[in-house]
Design a protein around this ligand. Structure first.
Ligand SMILES: *Cc1c(COP(=O)(O)O)cnc(C)c1O
Length: 388
């Protein structure tokens, strides 16, 4: 079968795919149909945090698939409960709801915030403030939450009740927090927006302002969570505790999962029949996520930090690099001389290195298990391309 053309014919053409067919993967490497090897610095957009087909992860998933594959949420199952407890113990959250994607997790968080406010203050306090240049997902509501005009097109009417403020500007946020606001939703590092890390003092001020106004602070950690920035959650790096944290990408290690974790304030907001998901908390997916969490311990996180520092030392000030951004193994590289990040990523594929773009940046989200040597070799190729 001509896979590429058949894809174009039968799969809805919502993606402008790279001209690369990936057939199999192992660790940080994947292979095309001709057997060519690529070092993957994308992790399937931050998903394969243990790399491709990690043995421990594959065993956990296969074992669960042979034991109990799916039951729905009408019954108790062990993997779901274990994962919820582990997540709470590791993050300080009180309760978790499992969904199947990042966008769904954010929808859940928005529901929590609106109900928290409704229960306490009644109707009319339902606006969620998000930051300009943010990205929160592709459903109608999370597109509305996304603070970029390019996403607010075609699909009208979008969900009401969103307001956008300039990121980093605490006065703008204070002005936006009138009596109609129930939540502020942020990414600690804007991923799709260009790997732009928020300032720590700004985040602390946002936390204080939300406390003062009894407005929930929702942290969208769909991309930054699960070890990516060198701490289990990026909120630890920023020294604050949100009221709601959303997770997805890295959590499943390669299977679809989303999670809404709530802290004290929102612990008891959602009751019977306030939310649901047929697949959410699926035993196989949860078994994979449990393996991911069991592997990301203190030692593992220290190595993520070390590998991130190593990459930054190599990249900063190198020929063709204007600036380096991000945290841990979430890395943004702005090419010098206005070179297009997409062109460089394309050249990377020809040279056997897979990378992402985020606006004008090259974005790297390598598997957290990549070795320094593997990362260094791939970065040498990138630096070669950048120096051309
Ligand atoms: C990827 C992403 C989402 C959307 O996640 P999906 O699983 O694609 O729905 C939401 N927020 C952030 C910050 C993301 O990076």
């Amino acid at each position: 079968m001509d896979i590429k053309n058949t894809d174009r014919q039968y799969v809805m053409n919502t993606y402008n795919r790279f001209d690369l067919l990936i057939e199999r993967g192992e660790g940080c490497y994947c292979y095309d149909e001709k057997g060519n090897r690529y070092t993957d610095l994308t992790s399937g957009i931050g998903v394969n945090c243990l790399g491709y087909c990690d043995c421990g992860w594959a065993d956990a998933v296969a074992k669960q698939a042979r034991t109990l594959s799916h039951t729905s949420n009408l019954f108790y199952t062990e993997p779901c409960v274990k994962l919820a407890k582990t997540l709470c113990k590791r993050t300080g959250a009180k309760k978790v709801f499992f969904s199947n994607s990042g966008a769904e997790a954010n929808e859940g968080a928005i529901k929590v915030a609106r109900k928290y406010s409704f229960d306490k203050y009644g109707e009319g306090r339902n606006v969620v403030v998000t930051l300009r240049n943010s990205f929160h997902g592709r459903t109608i509501t999370t597109l509305a939450a996304t603070g970029q005009d390019v996403f607010h097109n075609y699909f009208f009417p979008f969900t009401e009740g969103f307001r956008y403020v300039e990121s980093g500007n605490i006065d703008a946020l204070r002005d936006a927090l009138d009596g109609s606001v129930c939540a502020v939703m942020i990414e600690f590092i804007q991923g799709e927006g260009g790997v732009i890390a928020q300032d720590k003092d700004y985040i602390k001020a946002v936390r204080a302002l939300c406390d003062e106004k009894d407005v929930l602070l929702i942290a969208d950690e769909v991309q930054t969570g699960i070890g990516r920035t060198g701490t289990l959650l990026a909120s630890e790096n920023y020294g604050i505790k949100p009221d709601v944290t959303t997770l997805a990408k890295g959590l499943g290690g390669g299977l679809p999962i989303g999670a809404v974790a709530v802290y004290e304030k929102a612990e008891n907001v959602m009751g019977f029949s306030s939310h649901g998901s047929t697949f959410g908390g699926n035993p196989i997916v949860c078994a994979g996520a449990l393996e991911v969490l069991s592997r990301i311990d203190e030692e593992f996180l220290k190595e993520v930090v070390a590998k991130g520092d190593f990459a930054r030392r190599k990249l900063e000030g190198a020929k063709g690099v204007e600036s380096v951004s991000g945290l841990g193994l979430m890395i943004g590289i702005k090419p010098a001389d206005g070179r297009k990040s997409a062109d460089i990523v394309k050249k990377g594929i020809e040279r056997g290195v897979l990378m992402l773009t985020a606006k004008d940046k090259i974005r790297l989200l390598p598997p957290l298990t990549i070795t320094e040597k593997q990362l260094g070799d791939a970065l040498d190729i990138l630096l070669d391309i950048l120096a051309e």
